[in-house]
Design a protein around this ligand. Structure first.
Ligand code: IPD
Ligand code: CA
Ligand code: CA
Length: 264
C-alpha cells in the first residue's frame, strides 16, 4: 500500500471524527433509547446516526471500502479481503445513557486482513487516540511511548467481575494490585495502552469492540490474545485480553487455574 494514501486517508478520517464534535451534542439533545437482546443491551439514535453518517462518508469518498459495524447486518461483508472498516459507533452505550460520560467511537481500517489505521475517540474528554501501521500510536497527535513493563502484583486489572466465578475472582484480586472497570471495551483498553492499567479482558467481545486494539498493541509492544493465549481472529473476536507484557502470562495462568469465567 502506498504510504501517501495512508497518510491522506488518516487525515481525512481524523477530520471526519471531528465533525462529531458538532453532531454528538445535537443527537444527545434529542436522545431516545431502545433495547436489543435484553434490557441491558441498549442502542440510541446517537449510535445509529453516527454509523449512518460514516457509511455515507465512505460511500461518497471511498466507495470501494466496506463497512463492518455493530448496528447493521454484516452478512455480505468479506472482512478479510480488500479495504475494510470495523466500527463501533458508540462503545459504552450504557454509560452514554446512564452517565453521559465514558463512551467512545471505535474505528479500525484493515487491508486484506492487516490492521493499518486505528482510532478510539474519547469524545466526552475530547481525546483522540490513533495508530498508524509502522508509525506508532498517538494521543491527540503526540506520540505514545510503550508502557513500562508492569508485573501483575503492581497492576490494576480491568474486567467485568460478573462474568468471573468467585474463586477466580479472589485469585485475581490476590495476585494483582487492584480492580477497576470503566465499562467501555475501547476506553478500558486505552488505559492499558497508556500504561495506567496492566490488562483489560472481556469474556465475550464482538469484532467492533476489539478491532482498533490490534494495531495499538502491535505498535506499542503490548500483548493481545484470546484468554487461552491464542491468536485472535478480528472477524470473529471472542474472549480477549489486551495486556502489558509484564503481566499477560500471569493473568492467563490465574484465569485457567480454575477455569473460572463465562463466555457471555
Ligand atoms: C460494550 C462495552 C462494555 C463491554 C461489552 C460491550 P457497547 O459495548 O464495551 O464495556 O463489557 O462487552 O458490548 O454495547 O456499549 O457497544
Ligand atoms: Ca462495544
Ligand atoms: Ca456499540
Amino acid at each position: 500500500m502506498n504510504s501517501q494514501y495512508l497518510v491522506d486517508l488518516d487525515q481525512h478520517i481524523r477530520e471526519w471524527l471531528h465533525t462529531l464534535d458538532e453532531t454528538i451534542p445535537q443527537l444527545i439533545a434529542q436522545m431516545h433509547t431502545s433495547t436489543k437482546k435484553d434490557r441491558f443491551d441498549l442502542v440510541t439514535n446517537v449510535d445509529q446516526t453516527i454509523q449512518e453518517q460514516f457509511e455515507t462518508f465512505l460511500a461518497q469518498h471511498y466507495p470501494e471500502h466496506q463497512l463492518f459495524a455493530e448496528e447493521k447486518s454484516n452478512d455480505n461483508v468479506d472482512a478479510r479481503h480488500g479495504h475494510t472498516w470495523m466500527m463501533d459507533p458508540i462503545d459504552g452505550t450504557m454509560n452514554l445513557v446512564k452517565q453521559q460520560e465514558d463512551y467512545c467511537v471505535i474505528l479500525a481500517y484493515f487491508v486484506d486482513g492487516e490492521p493499518m489505521l486505528s482510532y478510539i475517540y474519547d469524545y466526552p474528554h475530547r481525546h483522540l487516540y490513533h495508530a498508524m501501521k509502522g508509525q506508532g500510536a498517538f494521543k491527540d497527535g503526540k506520540t505514545l511511548k510503550s508502557p513500562e513493563v508492569l508485573p501483575l502484583q503492581d497492576a490494576i486489572l480491568s474486567f467485568g467481575a460478573q462474568f468471573v466465578d468467585n474463586e477466580t475472582l479472589r485469585d485475581l484480586f490476590e495476585a494483582s494490585f487492584s480492580h477497576r472497570i470503566i465499562g467501555s471495551c475501547g476506553l478500558d483498553s486505552i488505559r492499558v495502552i497508556t500504561g495506567q492499567f496492566g490488562a483489560h479482558f472481556n469474556t465475550n467481545p464482538k469484532p467492533w469492540d476489539i478491532a482498533a486494539q490490534f494495531l495499538f498493541a502491535q505498535e506499542l509492544g503490548l500483548k493481545m490474545t484470546s484468554l487461552t493465549g491464542d491468536i485472535l481472529d478480528f472477524t470473529k473476536a471472542g474472549p480477549f485480553i489486551i495486556s502489558n507484557p509484564g503481566c499477560h502470562e500471569a493473568v492467563l495462568e490465574v484465569l485457567q487455574r480454575n477455569g473460572g469465567y463465562e463466555k457471555r
